[in-house]
Design a protein around this ligand. Structure first.
Ligand code: ADP
Ligand code: MG
Length: 475
């Protein structure tokens, strides 16, 4: 407990930090995550904040603590560290303030202690009943809603599919399988589906969790000989969403259980939404049965972003942050940070935060200076050796076969792919590429490039391989 002798935090500073947090993260995130925080002590450059639950502590620590620290440090340079602790006593007091206004007071559940504590955490939990175990479903990020998702050519199909699933009461396609590279919006779309369903019909039970969490719960149930209730939990949901199912790969018993759960839910007409970093056909380690089941619904992919989409995202995000970012700066970022949306967002936040901290205008020069490290990482030259290595790994051939004289299709085709990618992804000339592949002639390289272009049009599995490799090498 606090004693009066302990050094106190300057409330006015904290208030200013809060104002900034509200601007940056928006009203609802602010309500959910910042309002419940109470300030504690300030000692040796360290501010201690208290929150009512462990869950909130963890969430705020990963998502907001660094930003709180930076903002506070801007107010008062002697604040160098921010830590969070759990102060359970505040639980009851929080119940009122931290609840989203329109939260349908969990009417299906009755006043169970668990429901009460779910309210107290203030995070907008999906509608999970007490018997389902509120801890089964992961929390949803309040920022990940459809309105905040910028739609462009690369993601319009996935967006439309997600929207359809969220809006229809009847099961439309089962499962909806979203796939794409890191940071392209899979998790965002999944949360958006959950939010939308929950808003339209709070009585529908939605469970969203990562594949890792699914496996963890499964293994725990096995160990506790509690499989019956484990299965019950999943089998009584209306919508089951599992994120990053590539992590289910390989674990036989989990796969088996997943498969059964999956079939049971589909048979009962429940909606399933899955995401992964690869298409079902490329999820190598999962069994054929599960793979074909996964492909049996609608498979929608999120393509790497285009310049236009990145620009659109920057427009939207800067508007949300409430700052005027010059067009030149936006174009610069959209040109330079091409890997994924998460990094793009990060770069923008960094620029805006800096400009606000030092009170300077955002210019192209400051952008270049501030993002030096990031840009250098992106300018990094992709080497032909790296390409050869990745391609060899992918097709399971030896690296030495990239330059060997062997001509059998098993090695020749991957070699052609590597030549093609060298042409596409590096600035090397045809003769240079030829030399790197065991001293081959430039016409051989030209032939390889044409061959791959031709095959991509004819063979969709091959096209997927090439696209996957491209993504991997570009990221
Ligand atoms: P993934 O799950 O595919 O790795 P996320 O859904 O976590 O990617 O997205 C990474 C970040 O980029 C998130 O903050 C998300 O809100 C943002 N993001 C991705 N795509 C878009 C988009 N089209 N519009 C707005 N934000 C996006
Ligand atoms: Mg994700």
């Amino acid at each position: 407990m606090k004693s009066p002798a302990e050094p106190a935090v300057d409330q006015a500073e904290w208030d200013r930090v809060k104002t900034r947090l509200k601007q940056e993260f928006g009203e609802s995130a602010f309500k959910n995550w910042v309002t419940p925080i109470t300030v504690g002590t300030f000692r040796n450059g360290e501010v201690e904040l208290a929150v009512p639950t462990r869950f909130m502590r963890d969430w705020i620590t990963t998502h907001y603590a660094e930003r709180i620290r930076a903002l506070w440090n801007g107010e008062n340079p002697s604040v160098r560290k921010v830590t969070l602790k759990v102060e359970a006593a505040r639980n009851a007091a929080m119940a009122g303030t931290a609840t989203r206004e329109k939260q349908p007071a969990h009417k299906a559940m009755g006043p169970s202690p668990r429901a009460a504590s779910a309210r107290a955490t203030g995070f907008p939990a999906p509608n999970v009943t007490a018997t389902l175990g509120a801890d089964l479903s992961a929390p949803l990020d309040p920022r990940y809603v459809f309105e905040n998702f910028v739609v462009g050519k690369p993601n319009e199909f996935a967006y439309a599919a997600a929207k359809r699933v969220a809006e229809s009461v009847q099961v439309s396609f089962n499962p909806l399988f979203l796939y794409g590279g890191v940071g392209l919006g899979k998790t965002h779309l999944m949360h958006a589906i959950a939010w939308e369903i929950r808003q339209r019909d709070p009585s529908r039970k939605v469970i969203y969790l990562s594949a890792e969490k699914f496996m963890y719960s499964f293994v725990r149930a096995l160990r506790n000989q509690d499989m019956v209730s484990f299965k019950e939990q999943f089998r009584s949901v209306d919508v089951l969403m599992i994120d990053d199912v590539q992590f289910i790969s390989g674990k036989d018993s989990t796969q088996e259980e997943f498969f059964h759960t999956f079939n049971a839910l589909v048979d009962q007409g429940r909606q399933i939404v899955l995401s992964a970093d690869k298409s079902p056909s490329n999820l190598e380690e999962i069994g054929d049965r599960l793979r074909s089941r996964l492909s049996s619904g609608l498979v929608a992919d999120l393509h790497p972003t285009t310049f236009e989409l990145r620009l659109g995202i920057l427009d939207t995000k800067s508007e949300q942050l409430g700052v005027l970012v010059p067009q030149k700066v936006k174009e610069f970022l959209a040109h330079k940070i091409t890997s994924n949306v998460r990094e793009l967002e990060g770069a923008l936040t960094r620029l805006v935060a800096h400009a606000q901290l030092v009170g300077s205008a955002l210019t192209l020069e400051t952008a270049q200076e501030l993002l030096q490290d990031l840009l250098r990482a992106h300018d990094r030259r992709l080497t032909m050796e790296e390409i050869q290595k990745r391609v060899a790994e992918h097709f399971k051939i030896r690296m030495s076969d990239m330059s060997s004289a062997r001509r059998s299709r098993v090695v020749a085709r991957p070699r052609q792919v590597a030549m093609y990618l060298s042409k596409q992804l590096t600035s090397r000339s045809l003769p240079e590429i030829g030399r790197a592949f065991g001293g081959r002639d430039h016409t051989t390289v030209m032939h390889a490039v044409r061959k791959v272009e031709e095959l991509v049009k004819l063979d969709s599995a091959f096209a997927e391989d090439v696209e996957l490799l491209t993504r991997m090498l570009e990221s």
